[in-house]
Design a protein around this ligand. Structure first.
Ligand SMILES: [Zn+2]
Length: 80
């Protein structure tokens, strides 16, 4: 658990950065015209129970994209 204000602000910054990257990835996948689906890639040994359930699943076009929660380290990989 992060107890310092700096640690909490870093967690927020990392999560917003992950959200921006996820949105950028979704746009580039769509623009590519060859991506048929995306699959969730989790943080391996660092994954939380929620992300462990979601890991390696394919997401539909209207499914939420990572980050799924504050501090989520998941990302997506394109399926062509
Ligand atoms: Zn996650």
């Amino acid at each position: 658990m992060l107890k310092t204000a700096h640690g909490q602000s870093q967690l927020l910054t990392d999560t917003y950065h992950a959200a921006a990257c996820s949105a950028r990835d979704a746009m580039s996948y769509e623009e590519s015209g060859v991506v048929t689906a995306v699959e969730v890639l989790t943080a391996g040994a660092y994954e939380c129970p929620l992300c462990k359930r979601i890991g390696n699943r394919r997401l539909g076009p209207n499914d939420p994209r990572p980050p799924f929660h504050l501090g989520c380290r998941c990302t997506t990989v394109p399926i062509v």
